[in-house]
Design a protein around this ligand. Sequence first.
Ligand SMILES: O=c1ccn([C@H]2C[C@H](O)[C@@H](COP(=O)(O)OP(=O)(O)OP(=O)(O)O)O2)c(=O)[nH]1
Ligand SMILES: [Mg+2]
Length: 159
Amino acid sequence: MLRLKISGGISLSYKVEIKRLPGNEDIVLPQKMSDLASGFDLYAAVAEPLTLNPGERVLVPTGFAIAMPAELEAQIRPRSGLAFKHGITALNSPGTIDADYRGEIKVLLINHGKEAFIIQRNERISQMVFQIVPQIQLEEVEELSDTVRGTGGFGHTGK
Ligand SMILES: O=c1ccn([C@H]2C[C@H](O)[C@@H](COP(=O)(O)OP(=O)(O)OP(=O)(O)O)O2)c(=O)[nH]1
Ligand SMILES: [Mg+2]
């Protein structure tokens, strides 16, 4: 079997502080489920099992807050397994966690499936991916620079 070993590029490393919120001593903190997973799985900190009926949405607590370096953001993304098997996804996907947010991280789930889905305490419900956010200064101008594409979009290159 051919095994490709890919390495190289720039490797960045950041420390992110995480604080467990009161009453959540038993909640599993975000975990990477494999060495190179890009997301940390998030665990539901619901007090009681929570039933999400078809078409319903709910804000699920995670029991923790974070403080990350200013150049980062975190995205809350669905787990594909829950989406595929049960139609459970993050409604605002990807959810945006701002670097200056110190409140509890919450996950906005919606049930697009045909059956009720029960969320248990400490069940993995979504994943959190950290990204670098460039610092941008928006500058208002009268004219934008020309391009071949111009204003074409929304499928103008064909199907
Ligand atoms: O899935 C999410 C999305 C957001 N947040 C928290 C962190 C984020 O920094 C804050 C605000 O999110 P966002 O900017 O998406 O919401 P908004 O409707 O614009 O609220 P705000 O006016 O507070 O920015 O809410 C979560 O915990 N989970
Ligand atoms: Mg906002």
